[in-house]
Ligand binder design. Structure first.
Ligand SMILES: [Zn+2]
Length: 466
């Protein structure tokens, strides 16, 4: 996509960031030293300490209305920097909790005693997500110190439960919908593309998860005595599953594709331009060939097309040797990865209706909903995506590539469905950062340039249509 010429970096901000460099990195070390593991109850006090630390930073830098909001588990840190009622408002989301550290013996240091070597900071949370949360705080600090104001309104939402399924975030967003009215949400919890190429994640898939239960008799029957006259639940569930998808990879549920957003040519071209070696991909999987919906490339099938997969199937005799029965019941877990603008509830109802239609007679078939999550998509040509792209190019010296994830980041859907906001996934971590694994590390080049990227993004968002 052709972008307008890039304005030079802000000299005052640049001087400020260079002169405060060591203190900045010292502070990131301080933040990483607090062991904020959200999933382990013994770290509850560390969670509060981290939240207080961040709130202190925001207050010190000049944010207003800074609060450490209690939830039933870990607090949410929020605060705002107000510019003017006429300017756009951005919500910045990051999380301050981290993953557990085991296996400890694979770390080359103590996970919460971070160190810097060869331009990398190693320690739990350096990249996921403390390096990014801190880069945001320092971007605000730099702008306020050099200009005395932000170019736009910013509201921070720093969560403490992201690594624990964000259990209490949705309720808090819903309860604070008015206070959180904004024009866009920037989520900084993602990373660059292979080779450390700046990247913006444009879309994530949602999910619909269901279970199919087929019940025949109360107990297993003798297959000699009853075979040939009663419906076999295991055969029946196989028949149902076989009916869900055609040999062309298309899902046969009527209406399944009705809401799928068409992908503009520009987006398909950007996806096709991503470096991807299908031979290497196959070799890594150890598979003879790939399969999927006809008419779409591998990258398209795994990111922008919906899917249907059986995640588990069971019933009847599963021991060694033989047992001649007709199973009393059989079951399958089935999930669909969804793309914009598919609704999990609608897809579930369509699945249930279709299974009801194709279920063979002689058994009782039910389909129940287990869970769902919304897909998320902000188009490439959205003004906020373009602002983020310009900020990356201005600071990292090259335009970003555009990634589409096959998986989900539930908080994205929370911001888009609860607050109705476009979401831009602007993250700065290196792709091989060992997030969630031993020896997690942050590239300090990414972190320091990332501070400039975030600051620049606010400048780029000044003209965001409201
Ligand atoms: Zn994260």
């Amino acid at each position: 996509m052709p972008l307008p010429p890039i304005a030079p970096l802000d000299d005052d901000l640049e001087r400020h960031l260079v002169s405060t460099r060591e203190a900045t990195i010292e502070q990131l070390l301080e933040l990483v030293r607090i062991p904020s593991v959200s999933s382990l109850p013994e770290h509850a006090a560390d969670m509060v300490r981290t939240a207080d630390w961040l709130a202190g930073q925001l207050r010190w830098r000049g944010a207003e209305d800074v609060k450490v909001v209690k939830t039933a588990l870990h607090p949410i840190v929020t605060g705002r920097i107000h510019k003017t009622p006429g300017a756009p408002t951005v919500i910045v989301y990051c999380h301050y909790d981290v993953q557990p550290v085991d296996p400890l013996d694979l770390w080359e240091s103590t996970p919460f005693e971070p160190f810097v070597r060869d331009g990398r900071m190693v320690g739990r949370g350096t990249s996921d997500d403390k390096g990014q949360i801190h880069a945001h705080v320092m971007a605000a600090a730099g702008l306020l110190a050099t200009r005395g104001a932000m170019p736009i309104n910013v509201r921070y939402v720093f969560e403490g439960e992201e690594e624990s399924s964000s259990v209490h975030l949705d309720a808090w967003l819903e309860a604070n919908r008015d206070r959180l009215s904004a024009d866009v949400a920037i989520i900084s919890d993602s990373g660059f593309f292979e080779g450390n190429i700046p990247a913006i994640t444009l879309s994530l898939r949602g999910i619909m998860y269901a279970q199919i239960d087929v019940v025949g008799t109360d107990v297993d029957l003798h297959s000699g005595g009853y075979g040939g006259v009663v419906q076999n639940p295991a055969n029946a569930i196989a028949q149902i599953i076989a009916g869900l998808k055609g040999p062309d990879g298309r899902i046969r549920i009527p209406g399944f594709y009705d809401d799928v957003a068409a992908l503009p040519d520009e987006d398909r071209a950007a996806l096709a331009a991503l470096p991807f070696d299908e031979g290497e991909y196959l070799a890594r999987l150890g598979l003879p060939t790939l399969v999927g919906e006809t008419g779409y490339t591998t990258l398209e099938r795994r990111a922008i097309r919906p899917t249907l997969d059986v995640n588990g199937i069971w019933g009847g005799f599963m021991g060694e040797g033989s047992k001649t029965i007709i199973p009393a019941h059989a079951h399958a877990k089935v999930s669909c990865r969804l793309v914009a603008n598919q609704e999990p509830d609608t897809i579930f109802e369509a699945l249930r209706a279709y299974v009801g239609e194709i279920a063979p007679p002689g058994v009782t078939t039910t389909v129940r909903y287990i869970g769902g999550g919304h897909p998320s998509l902000t188009p490439m040509d959205h003004p906020a995506t373009r602002a983020a792209a310009r900020a990356l190019e201005a600071t990292f010296g090259q335009p970003p590539v555009y990634i589409r994830e096959g998986g989900s980041i539930p908080v994205c859907a929370s911001f888009s469905t609860i607050l109705g906001l476009p979401v831009v996934l602007l993250g700065i971590t290196p792709p091989d950062d060992n997030a969630h694994a031993p020896n997690e590390w942050m590239d300090l080049g990414n972190y320091e340039t990332g501070i400039r990227t975030f600051a620049r993004m606010f400048d780029e968002l000044v003209d965001l249509p409201r």
